[in-house]
Design a protein around this ligand. Structure first.
Ligand SMILES: [Zn+2]
Length: 321
């Protein structure tokens, strides 16, 4: 049932989208320059982000945490294997290093560290915002290494080259590059209403944009139309790009869009979604402002869904262009 919300609350200043913008200069040209990499690793300003699967290791420092370790500190924590070179932050070299689950377990007891997952780090604002993009870069890249140790072409063990940006196969000589998986995330709009859905894994009050992986051979617009049709039974016409966001869970890029709904009858795919329904612009505003009469919410500002919904609240159907 749609809830009548009559007073649209003010939304306040626009929050920042999580994991963007990155201040890292990736200096890709240095990735195969051994002399430059050696200089970077010995630079007194060098810093290492330490992650293990979903977890990030942080230094406890009062209210905020510091996610940067010196290369020696990172080794002492028990990081495994070679680090990857993320780039330069205002000239200071930044690396990422993985830590194994048993090493993480040993660190849990230490009072000077905080170990938590990257989603919590972002949502709770545990580190200064400029650290989130390189943490996302590091987590996604190291996660790719963990899942791609063997050549998908011939099955031989591959080795890391290009400071972590490629894996080469010594047997069939195939070169493998880190993957980013495109996910379309969209708001279907009809006049003053839009479609939001609920996954079973969401918090009980949360509703969000529909989303799904773009498939091989598909344009972004086609993926948007297919996903809305599959999940909500609604055909869409015009699709417009809104913004994108790296989403390192494990290695996606979220491509945010608005779509013009051509029909209003919903048919929810109950295998994919717990529910989906139409929401008015005013109801969305109340959800964004955490003032919904039934306590319904949107995802937090760290997620692009929040911003896609907010732009519809602010601009109405004009947001489709
Ligand atoms: Zn091979």
């Amino acid at each position: 049932m749609q809830v009548l919300v009559t007073d649209r609350p003010a939304l306040g200043p626009k929050p920042k989208l999580g994991y963007t913008p990155s201040l890292i200069d990736r200096v890709a040209v240095s990735r195969d320059d051994e002399a430059a990499l050696k200089k970077f690793s010995e630079d007194p300003r060098a810093g290492v982000y330490v992650t293990g699967n979903e977890n990030v290791v942080l230094k406890l420092l009062g209210e905020k945490c510091d996610p940067l370790f010196t290369p020696a500190e990172a080794r002492a924590l028990g990081t495994s294997g070679k680090s990857v070179f993320l780039g330069l932050a205002d000239g200071a070299p930044r690396f990422g290093a993985a830590i194994a689950p048993d090493a993480i377990e040993k660190l849990q007891a230490r009072g000077d560290l905080k170990i938590t997952d990257l989603r919590s780090v972002a949502v709770q604002g545990l580190v200064a915002e400029h650290h989130l993009p390189p943490l996302a870069e590091s987590k996604a890249l190291l996660g790719w290494h963990a899942r791609h140790r063997f050549c998908p072409n011939c099955g031989a063990a591959t080795h890391v080259v290009q400071a972590g940006w490629r894996r080469d196969c010594p047997v069939c000589h195939a070169q493998h590059f880190p993957r980013t998986d495109p996910v379309v995330i969209m708001l279907a709009i009809s006049g003053e209403r839009c479609v939001l859905g609920r996954s079973r894994r969401f918090a009980p009050t949360m509703w969000s944009c529909l989303a799904g992986f773009a498939e091989p051979g598909e344009s972004i617009e086609e993926a948007v139309r297919r996903e809305v049709l599959e999940e909500a039974g609604i055909a869409c016409g015009r699709v417009t790009y809104f913004a994108s966001q790296p989403w390192p869970f494990p290695s996606s890029i979220m491509i945010g869009c608005h779509a013009q709904a051509l029909s209003e009858d919903l048919t929810v795919d109950r295998d994919e979604l717990e529910d989906a329904r139409w929401f008015s612009r005013d109801e969305c505003a109340a959800m964004l402002a955490r003032q919904h009469p039934q306590g319904l919410t949107t995802p937090p500002p760290v997620a692009i869904a929040h911003h896609i919904i907010r732009s519809f609240v602010e601009e109405g159907a004009d947001v489709i262009g």
